[in-house]
Design a binder for this molecule. Structure first.
Ligand code: ADP
Ligand code: MG
Length: 244
C-alpha cells in the first residue's frame, strides 16, 4: 500500500499534475473517511488540478500584461466620481465589448481614475481567459521605433496586435511627432474590427490634431477608433488630491 502511494505520488509529479500530487494524501484520507467512490475520489483530484492550472494561467497572464498597478473595478469608489455611470462600467465588466471587438475610450483630467478603470477591466478580461497587454502611448511608439531600427518591427507589432485587449494609456500627455503618429495609426488600423482597445487620454478629441501633429491623421485614427466604441468622459476632482 505504502509502496503504491509513493509510486503514485512520484508518477503524478512526472506527469506534471503537481496539485494532484500535493492533495493526494489528504484527498485519499478524506475519501476513505467518507467512503467515497473511486470516481468521486478521482474527480476531487482532477478538480484540484484544474483549479490550480487556472490560477497559474491567470497569474502568468497578469504578469505578461504589464499592468502598472493591480486595482479592481470593485476597488473603485464610484461615490467619489459621480460623473461615471456605474451601469456602463457594469455593462463593460461583462466583457461583451471584447467579444464584439469594440473599443473603450476614457477621457478626463489627471487623477480621476482613467487608468484605474482600464486596469480593472483588464483584470476582468484576464480572469475570463483573455490575453491583455498594457502600454502607454509613448511607450508603444518608442518601442516600435526601436524595433524598426533593429529590424524587429513585425515581431514587435504582434505584441500590440495579438492580445484580445490592448490598453493604450496616456494618449496626449506627450505629443507624438509624424513618425510616431504614423506608427500609432498603423497599429489602430491593424486592430480595427479585430481586437478591442481601451484608450485613455487627458485631451478632448478636438485637441487630437495637436497630439498627433497632424489633423488628417488624427481624424483617421479617431474614425477607426470610435467606429465601434464606448466613450466615457470623466469630469471631476483628482482622487490623488482628495485628502489635501
Ligand atoms: P488617471 O485618471 O490619471 O489615470 P488613476 O486612475 O491612475 O488616474 O488614479 C490615480 C490614483 O487614484 C490611483 O491610485 C487610483 O487607484 C486612485 N483612484 C482614482 N479614482 C479613484 C476612485 N474613484 N476610487 C478609488 N481610487 C481611485
Ligand atoms: Mg493614468
Amino acid at each position: 500500500m505504502n509502496l503504491n502511494y509513493e509510486m503514485l505520488f512520484e508518477n503524478l509529479k512526472k506527469l506534471e499534475v503537481t496539485r494532484m500530487a500535493e492533495v493526494l494524501s489528504s484527498a485519499a484520507e478524506d475519501a476513505a473517511a467518507k467512503e467515497a467512490s473511486y470516481t468521486e475520489f478521482l474527480a476531487v483530484l482532477v478538480d484540484a488540478e484544474l483549479i490550480a492550472r487556472k490560477e497559474r494561467s491567470i497569474t502568468m497572464r497578469t504578469r505578461l500584461a504589464g499592468l502598472p498597478y493591480l486595482k479592481t473595478i470593485e476597488d473603485f469608489d464610484f461615490a467619489f466620481q459621480p460623473s461615471i455611470d456605474k451601469k456602463r462600467i457594469k455593462e463593460l465588466s461583462t466583457l461583451r465589448f471584447i467579444a464584439n471587438g469594440e473599443n473603450l475610450v476614457i477621457t478626463g483630467p489627471p487623477g480621476v481614475g482613467k487608468s484605474h478603470i482600464a486596469i480593472g477591466l483588464g483584470l476582468k478580461a484576464i480572469a475570463a481567459g483573455h490575453r491583455v497587454y498594457f502600454t502607454t502611448a509613448t511607450g508603444m511608439v518608442s518601442s516600435l521605433i526601436k524595433a524598426f531600427q533593429e529590424s524587429k518591427f513585425e515581431h514587435r507589432m504582434k505584441t500590440y496586435t495579438s492580445p484580445a485587449l490592448l490598453i493604450i494609456d496616456e494618449v496626449g500627455y506627450l505629443p507624438l511627432d509624424r513618425t510616431g503618429a504614423n506608427l500609432f495609426f498603423q497599429l489602430i488600423s491593424r486592430r480595427y474590427e479585430k481586437g478591442s482597445i481601451i484608450l485613455t487620454s487627458n485631451k478632448s478629441f478636438t485637441e487630437w490634431g495637436e497630439v498627433f501633429s497632424d489633423t488628417v491623421l488624427a481624424s483617421a485614427i479617431l474614425d477607426r477608433l470610435l467606429h465601434h466604441a464606448t466613450t466615457i468622459n470623466i469630469k471631476g476632482e483628482s482622487y490623488r488630491l482628495k485628502e489635501i
